[in-house]
Design a protein around this ligand. Structure first.
Ligand SMILES: [Ca+2]
Ligand SMILES: [Ca+2]
Length: 363
């Protein structure tokens, strides 16, 4: 847990290689669960060595994933509201963090945050009205008491006209709780990327190699000058209703942009280097723990797909190979999720501590 706390402080203070399994079924074993798409699985090139790729996206390597179902779109406020009404679940952002939680994730010697920080809230995108240096995220992120999934910009905001938009301010823990309630699970990072590519091999974008178009927008991203001037030529400054842009080759919407999507894996910035030259990685569940040298005190889970804030000048991560690590207790105004589901019988949802050499527990 706990990056929400850490980020609050920072803002405030300034494959396995198991034998190949039998060929996956090419047709779904049953009628699709409502809102889900059958992904028949297969072998693909995961990661990227493209000039657009960041270091954590390479080297590109061969991976095989088994068949699964995936939500056609990000989980919406309407869907999440049904979960809350059924379970009375309280999200991470609605609970005040403790001083102990915060101090566990900051370097030794860091002074404790002021008491006013120890209240329920979340981190909200708050754009400046002028250009700012891009090396300081506090120029556009603000710890906002009272911000949560029902109040995306803070207590004065609401989601009344955004029920078809993706839910935001959900932590990884919240997403896992929703998935368990829905009889689903979070996708693995490998499943997510296989699905995002939609059958296209080695392309920079989920729609191919063409760059984003402002006349025929392929996704909800940032247009203009980040983070202060958004021309919104794609129609939306913040989140868009799910399904507002063309689907990819598998009929999946918003695999690029709109909101980042939690995956089940721990995030390891160097993960792919360990797979290089080792043949085909089969149904990887991710590393046993997270590893990001830039955030050594914070365990991180994988987020994929980029968001409405991504722009080529700063965050060109609305690409299928792009990766990001987020602390499991961090909900933000540009992070959501979608769910996967294994063919029956359903496996346990999310492995607590998968190892790179453990074959997936998926049936
Ligand atoms: Ca946009
Ligand atoms: Ca997305």
């Amino acid at each position: 847990m706990q990056y929400r706390r850490l980020l609050a402080v920072s803002v405030a203070l300034a494959a396995s290689h198991a034998p190949l399994f039998a060929a996956p079924p090419t047709t779904a074993p049953a009628a699709a669960p409502p809102g889900m798409v059958w992904i028949r699985g297969g072998e693909f090139t995961m990661g990227s060595d493209s000039r657009l790729a960041r270091p954590d996206e390479g080297p590109a390597h061969r991976v095989r994933v088994g068949p699964f179902w995936l939500d056609a779109h990000e989980v919406t406020n309407e869907q999440f509201d049904a979960f809350i009404k059924a379970t009375r679940y309280i999200t991470t952002a609605e609970k005040a963090p403790t001083l102990e939680e915060i101090m566990k994730q900051v370097p030794p010697g860091t002074p404790p945050p002021p008491k006013e920080m120890l209240v329920a809230g979340s981190v909200v995108f708050t754009p400046p009205d002028h250009p700012v240096p891009l090396d300081d995220i506090s120029n556009w992120w603000t710890w906002t008491p009272g911000a949560d999934w029902r109040h995306p910009e803070g207590p004065a905001s609401n989601i009344a006209d955004r029920m078809k938009h993706p839910v935001v301010h959900v932590s990884w823990d919240d997403a896992v709780a929703y998935a368990a309630w829905a009889g689903k699970r979070l996708p693995t990072e490998a499943e997510w990327e296989f699905a995002a590519r939609g059958g296209l091999e080695g392309k920079d974008y989920v729609w191919g190699d063409d760059p984003p178009s402002e006349t025929h927008p392929q996704a909800n991203i940032w247009e203009g000058s980040f983070p202060w001037k958004n021309t919104a030529k794609d129609g939306y400054v913040r989140t868009a209703p799910v399904g507002s842009y063309p689907p990819n080759g598998y009929g999946l919407f918003d695999m690029a942009g709109n909101v980042w999507e939690w995956c089940s894996d721990w995030y390891d910035a160097t993960l792919y280097r360990s797979r290089a030259g080792r043949g085909i990685t089969v149904d990887p569940l991710g590393p046993p723990k997270s590893n990001d040298p830039t955030q050594p005190f914070t365990p991180l889970r994988v987020e994929r797909g980029g968001s409405f804030l991504c722009h080529e000048s700063y965050c060109l991560r609305y690409r299928p190979s792009a990766r990001h690590g987020g602390a499991p207790d961090t909900g933000m105004s540009h992070v959501g999720f979608r769910c996967a589901k294994s063919p029956q019988p359903q496996a346990a949802d999310v492995p607590a501590a998968p190892t790179p050499t453990t074959k997936a527990a998926k049936p």
